[in-house]
Design a protein around this ligand. Sequence first.
Ligand code: VGL
Ligand code: ZN
Length: 215
Amino acid sequence: MPKPAHDHPHPRTLILVDIQNDFLPEGALAVPGGNEIIQVANRLQNRFDLLVATQDWHPANHSSFARNPPHRKPGDIVQLGKVEQTLWPAHCVQGTLGAAFPPRLIQNRLDRIVKKGTSTEVDSYSAFFDNARLKATGLLEYLKEKRVVEVYICGLATDYCVKHTALDALSLGFKTWVVEDACRGVNLQPYDAPHALQAMNKAGIKIVSSRHLPF
Ligand code: VGL
Ligand code: ZN
């Protein structure tokens, strides 16, 4: 049995990023092979004391949706205030089945669920801040309160929310690991996911397989 988190001075922490129906192959913003990570993520949970899951949680009029004004097509890039925004098919609308966790994902041990992308005007790839860095989600305070020093990150998608969450975790001072076989990428361009892993590694994030965790 893993030790309960409160017994641990620095709980081993896993952040499960956006493992939601809309990012599975049948979903609105399908991530190829997204379903393959659920088993890996379930098994990983047993190795950690503290489990955080994020949910992309958009209002129906979210500005990252191509269907909303100014009505472009998915993949187009627009300027939202100061930040560039890739437009996506409508996905993970608050309260819909697409935004829910897949039933196969074990959820009864989740300590905290972080919802992000909830403001209409700005997207949030990172679990810590929105893309314009106007607002924090509260995840940083939560991890500090739990005395977390090191985070392991997995989920969907490697080239967007996993990458931005990991880079923010690192820059906020956490020793940061990405469990690569528990991630899949959107790959709008071929090799986006491997390039994202390369960029994360170069920044100082450790890329590891679930079979070779250092504990
Ligand atoms: C994501 C694109 C749009 C992700 C979320 O979870 O990686 N990607 N919204
Ligand atoms: Zn989104």
